[in-house]
Design a protein around this ligand. Sequence first.
Ligand code: UDX
Length: 422
Amino acid sequence: MNISVIGSGYVGMVTGIGFAELGNEVIFVDIDEKKVDTINSGKAPIFEKELDELIQRNRNKYKATKEYNIIADTDITFICVGTPSREDGSIDLTFVKSAAAEIGKVLASKDMFHAVVVKSTVIPGTTEKVIKPIIERESGKEAFKDFGLAVNPEFLREGNAVHDFFNPDRIVIGVRDKKTKEVLETLYKPFSCSKLITDIKTAEMIKYASNAFLATKISFANEIGNICKKLGIDAYEVFKGVGLDHRINPAFFRAGIGFGGSCFPKDIKALIAKAEELGVNPKILKAVIEVNEEQPLKMIELLKEHIPDLKGKRIGILGLAFKPDTDDIRESRAIPIVQKLIEEGANIIAYDPEAMDAFARMFPQIEYASSAEKVITKSDAVLIVTEWGEFNELNYKGKIVIDGRRVEKAMKEAGIYEGVCW
Ligand code: UDX
């Protein structure tokens, strides 16, 4: 099949190159010339495990361009542009709207049927109420008749996106017209997982409900973990026991300093904003965010139990990315932690294998170390904020360590050790 993908972020890039690997021809369309050049030179424009190899292997099956016109040569277009948060928590549809308008312009002069598939995360109702009228207006054509429209949410984890693309738990397709349904079923034929076909707004909601539930699991684990900490109980042992119940499942109970990233905080805030607009008070969702915002500061409370006055003290930070195996610092728990330490007058020395450049743009005033070892040797106490694999090989002997992510080696050998929920 000939596929075009609008937006070469981690969703667009992984989805497109994944489909190329499965034997399709793929065109990446992006407004950013630098990204287009990078992709055409055979490299990934983002840091994502296994992506470079996949790109290399499929060099002859894809190309990237800034020109939307090329969409006309393809059978199906995936919209994979970002939907960032606005001040009030609702999502900003600027990129989705402009992608829809550009697609519409191209479809105006295309005679053959074309399927447009939304992968960007959009609030239920958006595809039919916002995207559809834009494409219809610009193309002068009718949705579900002259062109197809569907929603196919992604469930890719950053840092594991390539693996997740090829090994999904399920594929959700929200679709109305028969032709688009057939196109998507053919495209997803190589996948043996469950495939759920729904209407369009249900598919949009499945994405939000999934992320909201996963985030709820984390905040729930953290709340139980906070109680465990006071009682001298290890929350990880507790959740081992809890997760053995098949109705519950052990995943996503890693208690600690909470969730960051480009999806969970943004999606939950967007769902809260929509619920309130509809006159529904989303009490659980609000609590999920509240617990998540307080959790990182527990590290500072624990630190002050051992160093009451942080003024002038050298505090080491291990990990700045919102999770390991990514250079992404969006909503990273390191941000409120560093802010609070600066307020308290501490001198910070930080290290992250991938995220230091991005973090230094936000916090140029702190010191960045060339290695994790240097953070340990040069600090009065160390805070573990991201569980990069290499942090489990360091020498923590004799150090004060406050651990937000449960790094086993630190647990075993630190001089003074405090886990946030254990
Ligand atoms: C998430 C969803 O998993 C994915 O399906 C969706 O498409 C996008 O959002 P991602 O944000 O890449 O993916 O990361 P994920 O691995 O889910 O972790 C999110 C955050 O939760 C991280 O900050 C992580 O440290 C934290 N987390 C995760 C916990 O604190 N505890 C856990 O048990 C799991």
